[in-house]
Design a protein around this ligand. Structure first.
Ligand code: PLP
Length: 398
């Protein structure tokens, strides 16, 4: 009896694994600070919770339409119009069980075996695996740290082949925090037009941008970009709703229909109650999101400053999301006492877990072995404490 090649060759999510390890250690009484997690430490806003409670009490507990309730599709349409100036009909919107599910649906709907997807690197851990699960081939476009991990036409063009089907964009980017400019997006949209590519635009972190950056969706760059972009976003980060599992996709009606068909055989509808809550979050007051953004911004300043003060560590200032992606290769070759030398991002993460009791994710999981990823979606007090511990552990290396 054997399990499938597909399951055997899958690389499980490292970020979820690190969070599980941190949780386990804490349950064993070990004081670990978790910088591995990709979820806000804030609670879902009360007015959103109240709507969900009311939905339960009203008995809104049956199956809904597979692709989501009209009320939530309307709220998504309103949000995309309000924040990005984009117009979508309900037939162009699909509600899924998280942004991850929408992304998986879109790859399943667009890819045939051997089709290539350009994935800018460093990348979110799930992109390559989702592409491979859908029969596609990830082709990595390595962004340059010295240029702020920018993604631009010149980086992508040499990698295109007759099999290239999708250009994947993730702005602001997990893990680098790079948020693309209008110029960069225009260059990429022009390239997609010239080469007849789909654009899958993951805008999960759109609400979390700093330094006066304004998020711009590639779909808003004109008729052609609009037609070839499948936009994906999520309730998890902007509304502190990761456990509710609601995300959505917007784009060409024929693709949305195909995605809905796939969803009808995989999960049916996303949770009815969570859909009502998501509609309230998108269409209601946006104050809680702004407050969270401002707090993330304060933490961002602190963590970047603290990391850059550590000899051998170099950290860019992210423009969006809630991650820092410091380069730790300056520590490679060093060791603490008679311990093993740090030679990789995994060894660095293991050392930090052991010596500093902080959980971070090795950069290799995101396509760069010179980096580690830390999330600053934890309190300022924990950031200060974690940075004190990391600084001491780094200082102990010779
Ligand atoms: N896209 C990116 C870049 C992410 O980092 C995440 C979550 O970490 C998601 C999509 C999916 O989030 P969810 O499935 O919780 O909506």
């Amino acid at each position: 009896m054997r399990i499938s090649q597909r399951a055997v060759s899958l690389h499980p999510s490292a970020t979820l694994a690190i969070t599980a390890t941190a949780r386990r250690l804490r349950a064993e009484g070990i004081d670990v600070i978790n910088f591995g997690s990709g979820e806000p430490d804030f609670d879902t806003p009360d007015h959103v919770k109240d709507v969900a409670i009311q939905a339960i009490q009203e008995g809104f507990t049956r199956y809904t339409a597979t692709g989501g309730i009209d009320e939530l599709k309307d709220a998504v349409a309103l949000k995309l119009k309000r924040d990005s100036g984009l117009s979508y009909t309900k037939g162009q919107i699909l509600i899924s069980c998280g942004g991850k599910h929408s992304l998986y649906n879109v790859f399943q709907a667009l890819l045939d075996p051997g089709d290539e997807v350009i994935i800018p690197a460093p990348y979110w851990v799930s992109f390559p695996e989702m592409v491979k699960l859908s029969g596609g081939r990830p082709v990595f476009a390595q962004a340059v740290e010295a240029q702020g991990f920018r993604i631009h036409r010149g980086l992508i063009e040499p990698l295109l082949s007759p099999r290239t089907k999708i250009l994947l964009l993730n702005t602001p980017c997990n893990p680098t925090g790079a948020a693309l400019s209008r110029d960069e997006l225009e260059g990429l949209a022009a390239l997609a037009r010239e080469r007849g590519l789909w654009i899958v635009s993951d805008e999960t972190y759109e609400a979390l941008v700093y330094n006066g950056h304004r998020h711009l969706s590639v779909a808003a760059l004109g008729e052609d970009a609009y037609a070839r972009t499948m936009l994906v976003s999520s309730m998890s980060k902007a509304y502190a709703m990761p456990g509710w599992r609601i995300g959505y996709a917007a784009g060409a009606a024929e693709v949305i229909k195909a995605m809905e068909g796939l969803q009808s055989q995989m999960t049916s509808n996303p949770t009815s109650i969570a859909q009502r809550a998501a509609a309230a979050a998108l269409a209601g007051p946006q104050e809680a999101t702004r407050r969270m953004r401002d707090e993330f911004d304060r933490r961002r300043h602190t963590i970047v400053e603290r990391l850059n003060a550590m000899p051998g560590v170099r950290c860019l200032n992210p423009q969006g999301a809630f991650y820092v992606f410091p380069n730790v290769s300056g520590l490679y070759g060093r060791r603490a006492g008679s311990g093993p030398a740090i030679t990789s991002s995994s060894a660095c993460a293991s050392y930090l877990l052991e010596a500093a009791r902080i959980a971070v994710v090795p950069g290799i999981e995101f396509g760069s072995d010179a980096h580690i990823r830390l999330s600053y979606a934890c309190s300022m007090a924990l950031i200060e404490q974690g940075m004190d511990r990391m600084a001491a552990a780094v200082a102990a290396l010779r």
